[in-house]
Design a protein around this ligand. Sequence first.
Ligand code: COA
Length: 260
Amino acid sequence: MPYATLALAREDAVAVLTFNRPDKLNAINREVLSELHQALDALAAAEGVRAIILTGAGEKAFVAGADVSEFTTMTPVAAMQFGQDLGWAIQKIARMPKPVIAAVNGFCLGGGCELALGCDFIYAAENARFGQPEINLGIIPGSGGTQRLPRLVGKARAKELIFTGNRIDAQEALRIGLVNRVLLLAELLPAAKETAAKMAAKSAVVLGLAKAAIEEGTATDLMSGLAIEAKAFGLAFSTEDMREGVTAFLQKGKATFRHR
Ligand code: COA
């Protein structure tokens, strides 16, 4: 389906979803949000898609946040609903049993940073700039920033970012564990695609179990998390892919997973 504010491309089992409002630094307005939900639902349902990359159009921004121009007319309830609606889209990414990489090319601010935080991991171009600047507008992050950022980089670093509204560059983001890799801008998408293709060749069903175990386990205490892992580990033994993987290893061959 063609989108007005997003672009969707497919290379084999890898889908690239691009926020496509470059003249507004890909800021998320209601239309983007509605299309984002549709696109995520479609990607989650598409059997042939086994890894997803989110990125931004142009060289300046991944996503520079929620569209501030819509804030002037928002009632408190509408603001809460907008924040939760974007939060729900981010939850779809975090709960989807497929790996999602954020390929961050430029500004990654506010809701854009919250989106990237909901992805499984972030690759950043050298020009990437991260921040939660909401405090400068007299508001706070409303789509998971106060929750996911401290869980990823620690409470003190998250507080400093959220209380000051400071922007940090890609190297600093790497240093504090916000991003996994920093790349030249020209190498960002190729690197993300290479990693996505590598993950897409694994058993999709088993990779989904690993993602769910990490997501559900890190949202609870260690003992409960270990119990979640034990069940997911056992469930992996019900798959054809487990038999294929173990047999191929023992026969010194290469496994071909069929995602079942
Ligand atoms: N909402 C709405 N429009 C936005 C936007 C946002 N979050 N971020 C950028 N834009 C728009 C600008 O208004 C401008 O539009 P215009 O050309 O019609 O005036 C266009 O995108 C380009 O941005 P501009 O500010 O001119 O680029 P810059 O390079 O000077 O600055 C930023 C880039 C990212 C520093 C600056 O745009 C900014 O601070 N954006 C807001 C970030 C923010 O607070 N996000 C959190 C929102 S909760």
